[in-house]
Write a protein that binds this ligand. Structure first.
Ligand code: NAD
Length: 276
């Protein structure tokens, strides 16, 4: 989608990190914005950074809840009559060994990272199909959706789910002759709020991996070591939307690990650890 001016961009997780940076770039393209997040203060923080005069609708939305995302779509279409660019971006992370990861953690992370994308597709794609304009859906996965990283199984499962959902959606939309394009964003470590995801964890899903604290310190360190910024990830993502590129790999140094995984599968040998 090359011509973005006056088009409507909907961004989940717009109160921080990639979502905030995407909002700033969409505003710079003179798009009209719908900014959604569970964190109302984060949304206001993003709004405060927008150029004066930017049309922006702010909505508190919990992407893990289907009715909350439906309400977001209803408000978007009531306000603007359209949505052209959807970023299913909200996400959370936990770390720790699979055998001590709690059921609450599986419910929480899959609820936000995977079902959040499912809910976004359910709420917006039928409306986009009816709208008949050129549209684009960007689902935020991760390199964790292309690799199997030790002590990250719940996060990897959620992100592998987002990658394959995006691939299926792409095939379905092409087969339907739809004017909706799809991308899947797969960054490696970037310094955002992701290592502090617990700030939005629902109290009813609070049972934590007993080893989480030790592993979280590692995640925090890894995220802080990120070589590119959230702003750069957003720029690469917008370039991919304009070029209609499906896979968005922001960290080319990860490609050998992806290749090694594919080779392990084809050669039917045990998986190589991508982060020894
Ligand atoms: N930072 C990284 O290293 C990295 C790498 C790969 C992928 N990602 C993915 O990028 C996406 C954005 O994360 P980020 O790094 O900008 O982190 P972030 O914590 O800075 O931003 C995530 C946003 O999602 C929001 N959010 C959390 N739960 C929500 C819910 N239930 N409903 C709606 N909003 C919710 C948070 O309030 C926050 O504003 C996530 O999907 C994450 O998994 C991050």
């Amino acid at each position: 989608m090359k011509d973005l001016k006056d088009k409507v961009a909907v961004i989940t997780g717009a109160g921080s990190g990639f979502g905030r940076e995407l909002a700033l770039l969409c505003a710079a393209e003179n798009m009209r914005l719908v900014l959604a997040d569970i964190d109302a203060a984060g949304l206001e923080g993003t709004q405060a950074l927008l150029p004066a005069g930017t049309a922006a609708l702010l909505q508190r939305c919990d992407v893990s809840q289907a009715d909350s995302v439906q309400a977001l779509a209803e408000r978007t279409y009531a306000q603007y009559g359209a949505a052209h660019l959807l970023f299913n971006n909200a996400g959370v992370a936990v770390a720790g060994p699979t055998w001590t990861t709690t059921t609450d953690e599986w419910r929480w992370v899959l609820g936000v990272n995977l079902m959040g994308v499912v809910h976004g597709v359910q709420a917006f794609v039928p409306r986009m199909l009816a709208q008949q304009d050129e549209c684009h859906v960007v689902n935020t996965a991760s390199v964790a959706g292309l690799l199997s990283v030790p002590a990250s199984s719940v996060y990897c499962v959620s992100k592998h789910g987002v990658v394959t959902l995006s691939e299926c959606l792409h095939h379905e939309l092409r087969a339907a002759g739809a004017r909706i394009h799809v991308s899947v964003l797969c960054p490696a470590f970037v310094n955002t709020g992701i290592a502090d995801s617990g700030r939005h964890r629902p109290p009813e899903l609070s049972a934590a991996n007993p080893l989480a604290e030790a592993y979280e310190a590692r995640v925090r360190k890894a995220v802080r070591s990120g070589k590119i910024s959230a702003a750069e990830v957003a720029r690469i993502t917008m370039d991919a939307v304009k070029a209609d590129r499906f896979y968005i790999l922001t960290h080319p140094n990860i490609k050998p690990a992806i290749e090694a995984r594919m080779r392990d599968i084809l050669d039917e040998r045990a998986p190589t650890n991508p982060m020894p």
